[in-house]
Write a protein that binds this ligand. Structure first.
Ligand SMILES: NC(=O)c1ccc[n+]([C@@H]2O[C@H](COP(=O)([O-])OP(=O)(O)OC[C@H]3O[C@@H](n4cnc5c(N)ncnc54)[C@H](OP(=O)(O)O)[C@@H]3O)[C@@H](O)[C@H]2O)c1
Length: 308
């Protein structure tokens, strides 16, 4: 299939998907590019339209009402700059209040929200986007994703392309898209998705999807990067043995592993101690034998069948 010319050329920036760690440490398998994050504290990758996106962010699923406000404000105060929410989480207002409470400058943040299936369609998507902005109390989003490949995807994408061109969204992308969904979208898109946010953790690693996304020049972002603790992630013996070598926890080993794969991860926590722990992953490096052991944990199947 002939690809039409995209407004944003993936190839030019595809190298940004892989990078060097702090101090120039060599990471696994990629053309190295080093860039500071929006705040300079958490490293950023560069999306296919040239926008920097922090490699590590904060997830907000289930963090609603006052809990959401407190957690988002805490996360920002601790150094998180990427905040991930979605209309269907029902917490955009809390996330917005948390951002306000933090007192941070808007430009220092990278805020993502997602268009839910019920809001798909040209007019509905535009309206839903504005509702998200209003709830968040923001006048632009850094990233807006189609949450699932269902409903009127083509019409939604057209609306999102227009909002992007109007400068209301800095990057547009998708979530839970498989290759077949991406192929279809790419057949009519004039703007290539910058990101595909998909399930990825030690037990469902998604290497094939990652390789495929690299070919497309689309950044992979891992949801549930800690598998929500399922499958006894936090006491897994393989992760624990690796962590012992570096005095790191299972969560830190997993997050370091995502980082070394060049994948954006958005762990969620309601506890300040865990938020700090999850940020503390840039001072050690997994070696090839560690990676091989983590590879062996892959069950190659979703751990969230109820969301299929
Ligand atoms: N696009 C999609 O379809 C989709 C789907 C799912 C999720 N997401 C996004 O991805 C984000 C992350 O995924 P998730 O929230 O499902 O799960 P997750 O980040 O993999 O895991 C969160 C769980 O891990 C615990 N935890 C976090 N850090 C820990 C640590 N250092 N030690 C021990 N336990 C720790 C948290 O408990 P505590 O609160 O006690 O720390 C919480 O129960 C979501 O919040 C959401 O923003 C997107």
């Amino acid at each position: 299939m002939q690809r039409r010319e995209f407004i944003q050329t993936g190839a030019r920036f595809a190298a940004g998907a892989m990078f060097m760690g702090f101090g120039g440490s060599k990471l696994f398998g990629g053309a190295p590019v080093s860039r500071p994050g929006p705040t300079g504290s958490i490293e950023s990758i560069t999306l296919n339209n040239g926008i920097p996106m922090p490699i590590l962010g904060f997830g907000t699923l289930y963090l609603n009402e006052d809990l959401g406000v407190r957690c988002v404000a805490d996360a920002i105060s601790l150094g998180y700059r990427l905040i991930d929410t979605a209309t269907v989480y029902g917490n955009e207002a809390s996330v917005g209040a948390g951002i306000k409470k933090s007192g941070i400058n808007r430009e220092e943040l990278f805020v993502t929200s997602k268009l839910w299936v019920d809001d798909s369609g040209y007019e509905k998507a535009k309206k839903a986007f504005q509702t998200s902005l209003d709830k968040l109390g923001l006048d632009y989003l850094d990233l807006y994703l189609i949450h699932r490949p269902r409903g009127e995807v083509k019409a939604s994408w057209k609306a999102m392309e227009e909002l992007y061109k109007e400068g209301k969204i800095r990057a547009i992308g998708v979530s839970n898209f498989e290759d077949k969904h991406l192929e279809e979208l790419l057949s009519y898109a004039s703007i290539k998705p910058a990101v595909n946010q998909i399930e990825s953790h030690a037990f469902f690693q998604q290497d094939k999807a990652n390789q495929s996304l690299k070919q497309y020049g689309i950044q992979m972002e891992a949801w549930s990067p800690l598998a929500q603790g399922r499958n006894r992630h936090f006491t897994n013996e393989t992760l624990a043995a690796i962590g012992e070598k570096y005095h790191k926890t299972n969560a830190q080993v997993s997050l370091r592993w995502h980082y070394q794969r060049g994948i954006v991860a958005i762990p969620r926590s309601s506890q300040k101690a865990h938020m700090i722990e999850n940020l503390n992953v840039f001072d050690f490096e997994l070696d090839a034998s560690d990676i091989k052991k983590i590879d062996s944990l892959d069950l190659n199947i979703t751990q969230f069948p109820e969301w299929e």
